[in-house]
Design a protein around this ligand. Structure first.
Ligand SMILES: Cc1cc2nc3c(=O)[nH]c(=O)nc-3n(C[C@H](O)[C@H](O)[C@H](O)COP(=O)(O)OP(=O)(O)OC[C@H]3O[C@@H](n4cnc5c(N)ncnc54)[C@H](O)[C@@H]3O)c2cc1C
Length: 374
């Protein structure tokens, strides 16, 4: 039997799923290939944070907000429960409060929906936040939380049911010579191929990746069991360390003294690129992380000291009813040094899209919409 589709998407991570959605919505017939029985890459290992507040103003913030709108279209349609939680960045040091106040003053004009909130109100709205030493927090309205494991399962099923996307899980694409796409067990004919292989730079088009400037980053993560009694954390939480991590905060003149203090007081956090965040899954578990190790530093073996540093810092701003760690893992993503994502055309009709870095959940739908408009 002749196997045919308008578009082949390679990769069942969030980038591939978003590309499949954008193509199917435009009336194209789509086949999606994922080499594992279930996606196992960065898209299932992350916090599930759709996090516009972390994107710098301009192109990336606009992409993130466009992406968020698309998530809000997809999630209810696909029956995926999400937390429309917003986020807190908490201040426990004067330099953190200075920076967050400055951001609250200048951010809204640049497109951020946020405000500075006094400590008493933060505590009233967020039951897990540690009160001792809290100076206040930046409230942002735009953040959503999804459980990536649920998204990886339900989103493709919905694409198949709603748009007739053909799913080929457990199917590795080993060659693309349009119109032919060859997998481990089939040959398809397509007009266009979109390759979203995440951090796999070797299976297809290794020469393109060799010149792409893409690099890898490894992150260690932890998760508690579901909190007891239906306890809700509310908005996702970040604190001082994240202020030196997200480039959105680089618009603030008060960033430099904060960076200097952290470098002097907490050098081990800089050494492993640690910033600490917490997001509660709709089913009650709290996901915690993370660290950043790059290129040659990446080892298959995890570092217990990184987990200890994350948990020690977390204890300074979050008290969970049941803090015991139930799961630990790491994930690896691909990142481009200067662009929000990498897009290349290794052959006519073939587009490679990857390298969304630590913002793939935040940006994927916006990237897919934009790349299929062009
Ligand atoms: C620990 C961690 C936490 C993160 N937290 C967040 C967050 O909270 N918010 C956020 O916005 N971003 C976050 N990110 C970033 C985000 O997860 C990634 O940017 C995103 O998941 C990358 O998606 P992807 O589809 O490119 O890659 P992947 O998820 O790795 O998917 C690529 C898929 O392609 C498949 N594949 C590759 N080659 C082939 C082939 N030849 N044939 C068939 N299949 C193939 C692979 O099996 C894989 O499933 C985090 C990342 C990590 C690692």
């Amino acid at each position: 039997m002749r196997l045919r589709a308008d578009v082949a998407v390679v990769g069942g991570g969030i980038v591939g799923l978003a590309q499949a959605y954008a193509a199917a919505k435009r009336g194209r017939s789509v086949v999606l290939f994922e080499r594992h029985a279930q996606a196992q890459g960065a898209s299932i290992r992350n916090f599930g944070m759709i996090w516009p507040i972390g994107q710098p103003p301009g192109e990336r913030l606009e992409l993130a907000l466009a992406s968020r709108t698309l998530w809000q279209e997809v999630l209810p349609a696909a029956g995926i429960v999400a937390g429309d939680t917003g986020s807190w960045h908490l201040a426990y040091h004067a330099d953190e409060a200075n920076l967050l106040r400055e951001f609250a003053a200048i951010g809204p004009a640049q497109g951020y929906s946020c405000q500075w909130v006094a400590a008493a109100e933060v505590l009233a709205r967020s039951p897990g936040v540690r009160p001792e030493g809290l100076l206040g927090g930046l409230w942002s309205t735009t953040e959503l939380i999804v459980d990536p494991r649920v998204v990886a399962r339900q989103l493709p099923a919905w694409l198949a049911e709603r748009f007739g996307v053909t799913l080929r899980y457990g199917s590795t694409v080993r060659a693309i010579e349009l119109p032919r796409v060859e997998t481990s067990s089939e040959t398809w004919e397509v007009d266009q191929a979109i390759v979203c292989g995440g951090d796999d730079f070797v299976s297809l088009y290794p020469e393109l990746f060799a010149t792409s400037e893409l690099f890898r980053c490894k992150l260690q993560m932890l998760r508690t069991a579901a909190q007891p009694g239906g306890w809700k954390m509310g908005a996702a939480l970040a604190a001082g360390l994240s202020l030196r991590f997200y480039t959105s905060f680089a618009i603030c003149a008060s960033l430099a003294p904060l960076q200097r203090r952290i470098a002097e007081e907490l050098p081990e956090y800089d050494r492993y690129g640690i910033h600490v965040m917490a997001s509660q899954m709709p089913s009650g578990e709290v996901t915690l992380g993370d660290s950043h190790e790059y290129g040659e530093e990446i080892s298959i073996f995890d570092k217990p000291e990184i987990d200890d540093l994350i948990l020690r810092y977390l204890d300074g701003f979050l008290r969970l009813p049941a803090p015991a760690i139930a799961e630990r893992w790491h994930g690896v993503y691909a990142k481009h040094p200067s662009r929000p994502f990498f897009s290349g055309t290794p052959a006519p009709g073939v587009r490679v899209v990857t390298g969304l870095g630590g913002a793939g959940m935040t940006l994927s739908f916006g990237v897919a919409q934009r790349s299929q408009e062009n």
